[in-house]
Design a binder for this molecule. Structure first.
Ligand SMILES: Cc1cc2nc3c(=O)[nH]c(=O)nc-3n(C[C@H](O)[C@H](O)[C@H](O)COP(=O)(O)OP(=O)(O)OC[C@H]3O[C@@H](n4cnc5c(N)ncnc54)[C@H](O)[C@@H]3O)c2cc1C
Length: 458
């Protein structure tokens, strides 16, 4: 066979099932090419775009150090390159949900190649479970997370590492060229940095995870989302590490495994209900009359809502491409409940900014907050952003990292500046409405409005 290996977001040398496939089928190869298609991130935030290119460059350098020279092209040119190389087969990852554009995912690519009589071999590279492994007795996907977790936890077991040699790859492969405008100027081994950060989390932070992960002023989360979104680390290797350390601190490790299983749960739901990428999972809410208020949406995007926890979280997202899980819940509840704006607007904004963007986790995270998803927050349990701020950033440390203007404001006033505007002006020289925005909506009023709206669909 004339095989093209499409290196789509499996940016790792180790534990790479695509490389394993090549090594195992070496004798069947007449020609072998590696091809790295670059995603078009022109409508993504700069912070996300730059990070993507940095990781891609680091991966290409790592390949070249092992004498593997991929063709580097844009996705647009993929079909014509495959044609020019006269490939009979392409090998491609089939379970990636982190693309910025839907057209890069497996079903689209597969259909496009098959139209040209090219055989597509799909490999699972980025998730632990396959949908079929996890169905319930009625052969349906679990729709409640705790049931999914209970039924499938026993299948989270140690798996052997892949054992290919890089020489097997470089000796068989033809040399490709960089046909893109990308300058290959990053020598950092991103995979090694990711592994180091992951092991640092295991050594230093995982034992605090259960107790402190929700405290947004501290940093006891893993950052794993980004490594999984790029395929820098292998989920099987991660699970192996977790199982190896498990006996040292069962409850902390278990709570982390549970979180990782959330990602699997959403992935499986998305494969079974792809229409929920743009529509409410709960059919009864599909005709909800959401708000499309542009000025509210802009205030939310720019961190100008007058609710410091929301504003600080959005500013952090805008400048780093990352937001803590608790804050994702707070800002998504704020957008969909306090502002009653369509969750798809928020989902799309996160897609443009989040470096760890994952379609399944993002869509279902948003639908959880909007109360339209499977196993979602019931609409009557609406978050109070002030209360969330008091609970998860009690001293306002996180808020102050992003909103300098509130630096001198003590914790008893920082969560609800509109209420304490006189104090803030008199004692801390902060004028609400001028130096920092007045709350754009009143929480109690929004709550009454949302309850009414949802009750109409009962
Ligand atoms: C509105 C909203 C949008 C989200 N969008 C994304 C997204 O685009 N990409 C993404 O990876 N996650 C998303 N999440 C889930 C979660 O917020 C992130 O996985 C997490 O914050 C990533 O940071 P971390 O790796 O440091 O997390 P950690 O707390 O260290 O968690 C470890 C890993 O467990 C998994 N995980 C933890 N919580 C969840 C969860 N609620 N749902 C699914 N997986 C989870 C992730 O793989 C994560 O990397 C979203 C959540 C919400 C509420």
């Amino acid at each position: 066979m004339q095989l093209g290996v499409i290196l789509n977001r499996v940016f790792r040398m180790k534990d790479n099932p695509l490389f394993d496939f090549v090594a195992e089928h070496q004798n069947e190869l007449d020609k072998l090419y590696f091809i790295l298609p670059l995603e078009d991130l022109s409508d993504a935030a700069e912070v996300k775009r730059n990070d993507y290119y940095k990781v891609v460059k680091g991966f290409i350098t790592a390949l070249q150090k092992r004498d593997i020279y991929p063709y580097v092209i844009t996705y647009k040119k993929l079909a014509s390159l495959v044609d020019d190389l006269d490939l009979s087969h392409v090998l491609i990852a089939k379970d990636i949900m982190s693309y910025h554009k839907e057209t890069y995912d497996y079903p689209h690519i597969k259909t496009a190649f098959e139209k040209h009589q090219i055989k597509v071999i799909g490999q699972r590279v980025n998730h632990y479970f396959t949908p079929l492994m996890t169905l319930n007795k009625q052969q349906q996907p679990y729709k409640v997370f705790t049931r999914f977790y209970k039924a499938n936890r026993k299948n989270v077991i140690h798996t052997p590492a892949k054992s290919y040699q890089y020489k097997q790859l470089s000796q068989s492969a033809e040399k490709g060229f960089n046909q893109s405008e990308l300058r290959l100027d990053n020598n950092e081994n991103m995979e090694k940095s990711a592994r180091k950060a992951w092991h640092r989390f295991l050594d230093e932070d995982i034992s605090y995870y259960k107790q402190l992960a929700d405290d947004v002023s501290q940093d006891f989360v893993s950052g794993l989302g980004k490594y999984l979104a790029y395929g820098l680390l292998d989920i099987h290797a991660i699970i192996n590490d977790l199982l190896e350390g498990y006996d040292s601190d069962e409850s902390s490790y278990e709570s982390f495994i549970r979180e990782v299983m959330f990602r699997e749960f959403y992935y499986i739901l998305m494969t079974q209900y792809p229409e929920t990428a743009t529509q409410s999972f709960s059919e009864k809410y599909r005709n909800m009359q959401w708000s499309y208020n542009q000025s509210h949406f802009k205030a939310w995007q720019q961190g100008q809502t007058g609710y410091p926890i929301v504003d600080a979280a959005m500013k952090k997202l805008n400048c780093t491409g990352y937001m803590h899980n608790r804050l994702r819940m707070v800002v998504s509840q704020f957008l969909t409940k306090n502002l009653f704006i369509d969750w798809t607007w928020g989902e799309d904004y996160f897609r443009k900014y989040l470096i760890d963007y994952d379609n399944a986790s993002n869509v279902h995270g948003w639908q959880w907050s909007a109360s339209t998803g499977t196993d979602a927050a019931p609409y009557f349990r609406m978050f109070n952003p002030i209360r969330q701020s008091e609970r998860f950033d009690a001293q306002g440390y996180f808020i102050k990292t992003q909103l300098e203007i509130l630096n001198e404001v003590p914790s008893q006033y920082i969560h609800n500046p509109t209420k304490h505007k006189d104090k803030l002006k008199e004692n801390y020289n902060v004028e609400i409405g001028k130096d920092y925005p007045e709350a754009i909506v009143n929480h109690k009023h929004s709550r009454d409005y949302v309850m009414d709206k949802f009750k109409q669909f009962k």
